[in-house]
Design a protein around this ligand. Structure first.
Ligand code: G1P
Ligand code: ZN
Length: 542
């Protein structure tokens, strides 16, 4: 029985860079989730006769939310929903299922790398028919509906069994529950040389994959341990837990410190990797060497042709604006187009759809290609493995060779979390007001070459996205970028991105923060973060 329930607009249901993210108890409040889900259906022109994918990272409240979404899809006339078993699907696997089954889009329940649990975060995002995050025009339309909504539709029916793989129905809507790994693993087999990878592991290559009690556990176990023959136990924290076992499932040196300790320990494995809550992020580490995401993107782009899926070469390389220019150096040398987009994976969608870029990446531990329309943690890890298998060198050897060939971009990001919004805006406002006067000015011994508030002109659809971050570049190639996070759930998060170039691996000190010292000082001189926020140091340095 389909019911129409009266509802009222709810303040602040504005989807950010990755959908709507809020504290779980906000999402679980009566009518909150329902309001937003109806806004999605209304914004996409209704659900009548459509097919959707549904899944998520398994975090607390996903089981309840999945039932609400299914019942609302049925009430909105959807023909079919493909659900990951127990409502679990990694974000890249969901993107793949949307594309593979030519569906009209998908609902992904995740707050990515944010902790989960009753007192932590929940999130919901809608991906479009191309498998990618809803474009800005669509999220704007959703937001507009949340301001005027007066009713939502839901069926009164018992919960659907989503624990058993197979077909079932909800009213006249078909529900297909699928194994969450199978189709994704099959896709990976088409891109990478699984035979070479099996030989690598059979030869004693040791790897540690930290799934951080999050969604990639089952994927990594099936692919690395079952299909590629990596020893049992290669994947740690492999069981997705609703609260991620209290872990902060964010694959960076701070939160994946267990992995870092092992990789920098006396007899560390050859290769280490970690992924986040919903499996779209990755961190890679060699024995005794950390690979920054910006460098990882550059190395993957330079070596992708070693994997079967990319043997004919790349169409172009895209990176988000705050990501280091290391990838640009590769594009220049290989004669490929390179693109600089605003932060957020959705901006890569058009370039991938139009066949202008093959590989994309962000400094925030995101790398991916045109195989799906999301960043993909395990994909990046498998591409690294494929490159290691082909080159038969260590991660350290590969990095040093890369820096010798292309030069080295020292890079770091400093995050100031949970600032009062007004304080963060004062920092941004101060630098924004000064931008026009900066070119030509000497700061900490460097000369400002260019300063602006980044605006992106999408070369495919001509849309313009303004206000995407304040950037100041210097004549020696150094750069600083300041922007506010669009994914935080508490106050404002200020991100400072720092970059400095050297001609080769031995150019500057091994201590990245020391190498960046002049740029860090320039940022303080120009933006006064410490002075204005009163914070002595950033909360997270990656
Ligand atoms: C952050 C990252 C960004 C990424 C997004 C979703 O967004 O910085 O690169 O696309 O998460 O994973 P931010 O909080 O900076 O807006
Ligand atoms: Zn994520």
């Amino acid at each position: 029985m389909s019911t129409v329930r009266a509802t009222k607009p709810i303040e602040g249901q504005k989807p950010g860079t990755s959908g709507l993210r809020k504290k779980t108890r906000v999402f679980a409040a009566p009518g909150y989730l329902e309001n937003f889900v109806q806004a999605i259906f209304d914004a996409i022109g209704g659900g009548e006769g459509k097919t959707f994918v549904l899944g998520g990272d398994g975090r607390y409240f996903s089981d309840r939310a999945a039932q609400v979404i299914l019942k609302m899809a049925a009430a909105n006339g959807a023909a079919r929903v493909i659900v990951g078993q127990n409502a679990v699907l990694s974000t890249p696997a969901a993107s793949h299922l949307i594309r593979l089954n030519k569906t009209d889009g998908g609902f992904i329940m995740s707050a990515s790398h944010n902790p989960g649990g009753p007192d932590e975060d929940f999130g919901l995002k809608f991906n479009a028919a191309n498998g990618g995050p809803a474009p800005e025009a669509l999220t704007d339309a959703m937001f507009a509906v949340t301001k005027t909504i007066s009713e939502y539709r839901i069926v009164d029916a018992p919960d659907v069994d989503i624990a058993t793989v197979g077909e079932t129905t909800l009213g006249s809507m078909r529900v297909r529950v699928v194994d969450c790994v199978a189709d994704y693993a099959a896709l990976m087999e088409t891109l990478f040389d699984f035979k070479a990878l099996r030989t690598l592991f059979a030869g004693g290559f040791r790897m540690r994959m930290d799934s951080m009690n999050a969604v990639t556990g089952p994927y990594a176990r099936e692919i690395l341990e079952n299909r590629l023959g990596a020893p049992k136990g290669t994947v740690t924290h492999a069981v997705p837990l609703p609260d991620f076992g209290g872990m902060h499932p964010d694959p960076n040196p701070v939160w994946a410190h267990e992995l870092m300790d092992e990789m920098f320990g006396a007899s560390g494995p050859d290769f280490g990797a970690a992924s986040d809550g919903d499996g779209d992020r990755n961190m890679v580490v060699g024995r005794g060497i950390y690979v920054s995401p910006s460098d990882s993107l550059a190395v993957l782009a330079a070596n992708a042709h070693l994997a079967p899926g990319y043997k004919t070469g790349l169409k172009g390389i895209a990176r988000s604006m705050p990501t280091s220019a290391a990838a640009d150096r590769v594009a220049a040398k290989l004669g490929l187009a390179s693109y600089e987009t605003p932060t957020g994976w959705k901006f890569f969608g058009n370039l991938l759809d139009a066949g202008r870029a093959t590989i994309c990446g962000e400094e925030s531990f995101g790398t991916g290609s045109d195989h799906v329309r999301e960043k993909d943690g395990l994909w990046a890890i498998l591409l690294w493995l494929n490159i290691l298998a082909e080159r038969k060198e260590t991660v350290e050897e590969i990095m040093n060779a890369h820096w010798r060939a292309y030069g080295r971009n020292y890079y770091s990001r400093h995050d100031y979390d949970a600032l009062p919004v007004e304080v963060a805006e004062r920092v941004m406002g101060g630098l924004r007001a000064a931008l026009g006067s900066l070119p030509g000015r000497k700061v900490q011994g460097m000369t400002v070459a260019h300063a602006d508030d980044f605006a992106y002109n999408d070369p495919v659809d001509g849309s313009v996205s303004k206000g995407q971050g304040l950037r100041v570049s210097f004549t020696d190639g150094s750069r600083l970028v300041l922007r506010l996070s669009g994914t935080g759930t508490e106050g404002a998060t200020l991100r400072l991105y720092l970059e400095r170039c050297a001609a080769g691996p031995e150019g500057l000190t091994e201590d990245v923060q020391a190498a960046l010292a002049p740029v860090i000082a320039a940022a303080e001189e120009l933006a006064g973060i410490r002075a204005i926020t009163g914070r002595e140091r950033p909360d997270v340095v990656t």
